[in-house]
Design a protein around this ligand. Structure first.
Ligand code: PEP
Ligand code: MN
Length: 361
């Protein structure tokens, strides 16, 4: 008997559910028609005054059992969902997303095609200190058949009293050495006003972790056609990282390489926590090449190699690491840069583990 009553109530409920479904879809169709009318008249689709009026009318008629606040909440969700229907798919998908572009973006830098399925590593000192220092590293980089030389001329340091970099003089040194060795220059720019000047010296504009949300810098880099290596912010979520890349691409520059460089966590054993799972997520969600900086993520020379192996195993397009002729006297990041013999062994071991030219492609 009881179960019969329950059965009846359930049937009644199913009926109401169906009616509600019908009605909210009917409502959505009307909202879409309103959207078309507004579009023709170039009127903004979201109308908060009209929403408020609809909510007031509903709560005035409401006799419960739902509280007015609950009714407002439910209807607000329905309004929001209907409004979202009006935004076409194109505007919802980010320009950097796979949804927008299914195929991988390939960026050509001095004959290297970053994102082509082969590995392309970026090596060089943390900071440019002198011609001689950069030159020694560049020769070692060249000798390994690598094409991209990194080096910081503008250093974003935590303390204002630490070495700030040689500035334009540093860029000049990098350019001279890179030309001598036929390498491409990857160097960080920290000031939007310096972007244009830097174009004479760099092949890749690096935007550092501390500047990932420097929106004016992102826009300035987006207005050039130079490849940009965008590093993940110290505490940035993957979504914030992707949106930072969107700032660049939305200004017209599609040549963006994402670089995972570790994020800040409670762990003290490493300088940052290398978020290795960010690599396949970024590869899935965006069409951009993804690299991993093993130096700044780990901050430990002793685990650079396993971290680099993990990076390539999980799908990174390349690895970045720092090399200095005499790390003990380096003006920045002395603890984690490799000296040249260590770099040679590191590259040999990494190449053996993961040959740069993939056999599968
Ligand atoms: C760098 O690569 O020189 C650097 C400062 O790294 P990050 O911005 O990732 O800290
Ligand atoms: Mn460094």
């Amino acid at each position: 008997m009881l179960s019969n009553e329950l059965e009846q109530l359930r049937q009644q409920l199913d009926g109401v559910n169906n009616d509600l479904l019908e009605l909210i879809n009917q409502r959505a169709e009307i909202v879409q028609q309103i959207g078309q009318v507004k579009n023709k008249q170039s009127i903004n689709r979201f109308d908060p005054v009209r929403e408020r009026k609809m909510l007031d009318e509903l709560t005035q008629k409401n006799h419960g059992p739902f509280e007015n606040s609950t009714i407002e909440h439910i209807f607000k969700e329905i309004f929001k969902a209907s409004l979202e229907l009006q935004v076409d798919d194109h505007r919802k998908a980010l320009l950097v997303s796979r949804k927008m572009q299914a195929e991988d973006t390939i960026i050509e830098i001095k004959g290297e095609k970053i994102g082509d399925g082969n590995l392309h590593h970026i090596m060089g000192p943390c900071s440019v200190e002198s011609y001689e220092q950069v030159s020694q590293v560049a020769k070692a980089v060249k000798q390994k058949g690598l094409k991209m030389l990194r080096g910081g001329a503008f250093k974003p340091r935590t303390s204002p009293y630490d070495f700030q970099g040689l500035g334009v003089e540093g860029l000049q040194i990098l350019k001279q050495v890179a030309d001598e060795q036929d390498l491409a220059v990857v160097s960080e720019i920290v000031n939007p006003a310096h972007v244009e000047k830097a174009l004479d010296y760099v092949d890749v504009i690096q935007i550092g972790a501390r500047n990932m949300q420097n929106f004016e810098l992102l826009k300035a880099a987006g207005e050039t056609d130079k490849p940009v290596l965008l590093k993940r912010g110290l505490s940035a979520t993957i979504s914030e990282f992707i949106n930072a890349a969107e700032y660049i691409i939305s200004r017209g520059n599609r040549n963006i390489i994402l670089c995972e460089r570790g994020i800040r966590t409670y762990e003290k054993a490493t300088r940052n926590t290398l978020d290795i799972s960010a690599v396949p997520i970024l590869k899935q969600e965006t069409h951009l090449p993804v690299m991993v900086d093993v130096t700044h993520s780990t901050g430990r020379r002793d685990i650079l190699l396993p971290a680099a192996k993990a990076a390539v195993a999980i799908g990174a397009d390349g690895v970045m690491a720092e090399v200095h002729p005499d790390p003990a006297v380096a003006l920045s990041d002395a603890a984690q840069q490799m000296d040249i013999p260590t770099f040679d062994r590191f590259m040999n071991a990494l190449d053996e583990y993961a040959p740069r030219v993939s056999m599968q492609k």
